[in-house]
Design a protein around this ligand. Structure first.
Ligand SMILES: [Zn+2]
Length: 319
């Protein structure tokens, strides 16, 4: 079963096949954490099946080989040390030239296709210029604009999204999947990472919402004179990592957007800090300033002394 928020994209793909428009190359793109790999696996499974309806039958010889994880008509290319080199792309040529073993199609998947270096991208262009009949090449990426325009223009694009209209379905799915996390926390994480359900699932499992909540409590304790500058800057330096600074920033920006309403605001991350900010003169300017200061902190996280100073100056400037 495909994730519920991906169903519309899969339906779109099925319609394309039903209309006899099976492409020979496609790009599956969307935010990190939306489910690109699951989508490409679903498409691959259907193409390898001998009797798809359109879901794979799960019983034919080709489906059984696919389930074992070693299908000779499927090739996967992945980045090594954050890079896809030309040799990996050249191996696709040999793969596509060979006759299919047991499946009706030959399928290759390039994961994180934006990691191709220029030589690899040029080699791929050659493959795309003469696509072998009956085959499909799938490129997965969350950074579409990093692919060469000439590659993008030769591929059909399947964009995966998860908008506000799907939040109820997503919330339900997340609650079933992570039953030990309060639904309020799931909604909070989804509010600041909209369109990335798998990332939300991972964060919920790490108890991220409680950690962020503690960070906000500490910040507020400083702003309302319950804790000293030294105590709070010490706490922030010790406990907030790069991902969490980013999330804090996302919460602040979410509070600005919340003021203007909109569909995205079905989910919220309420906190007393939000009221404190709104009680200040020009709260939006202040929030944007905080976000800028967080940016500077994130850039300097590898330098402990500097980080500490930047955190202190952020606290001083905000109060
Ligand atoms: Zn089958």
């Amino acid at each position: 079963m495909i994730y519920p928020w991906l169903q519309p994209a899969l339906d779109h793909w099925h319609k394309q096949l039903a209309d006899g428009r099976q492409p020979q190359a496609m790009i599956i793109h969307g935010l990190e954490g939306i489910g690109k790999t699951i989508m490409s696996q679903a498409i691959v499974a259907e193409l390898l099946c001998r009797k798809p309806q359109p879901e794979p039958c799960g019983a034919c010889q080709s489906c059984r080989i696919f389930a074992s994880g070693q299908h000779p008509d499927l090739m996967s290319v992945e980045a090594e040390k954050n890079l896809i080199k030309v040799a990996a792309i050249r191996s696709l040529v040999g793969f596509f030239t060979a006759t299919a073993h047991s499946a009706p199609h030959k399928v290759a998947v390039i994961k994180q296709a934006d990691k191709m270096n220029l030589a690899a991208a040029n080699a791929l262009l050659k493959v795309l210029e003469e696509p072998p009949a009956g085959s499909l090449l799938i490129l997965e990426t969350d950074r579409m604009h990093h692919l060469l325009p000439t590659i993008r223009s030769r591929c059909v694009q399947l964009r995966l999204t998860c908008d506000a209209s799907q939040y109820d379905v997503v919330k339900q799915w997340l609650q079933q999947r992570i039953s030990n996390v309060p639904s309020q926390q799931i909604a909070q994480l989804l509010a600041i990472s909209p369109g990335r359900p798998l990332l939300v699932a991972a964060m919920a499992q790490e108890d991220m919402a409680s950690q962020i909540e503690s960070h906000l409590n500490e910040l507020l304790a400083y702003l309302t004179d319950q804790k000293s500058l030294v105590m709070v800057s010490n706490y922030l330096e010790q406990n907030v990592d790069s991902q969490q600074w980013q999330l804090l920033q996302a919460i602040f920006l979410h509070w600005i957007k919340a003021k203007y309403g909109g569909d995205d605001m079905k989910l919220a991350w309420p906190h007393a800090m939000q009221q404190w900010l709104q009680s200040q003169s020009k709260p939006e300017d202040l929030i944007l300033k905080i976000c800028q200061l967080i940016n500077t902190i994130m850039v300097n996280l590898n330098n402990q002394t500097k980080t500490r100073l930047l955190i202190e100056s952020m606290l001083v400037e905000v109060k």
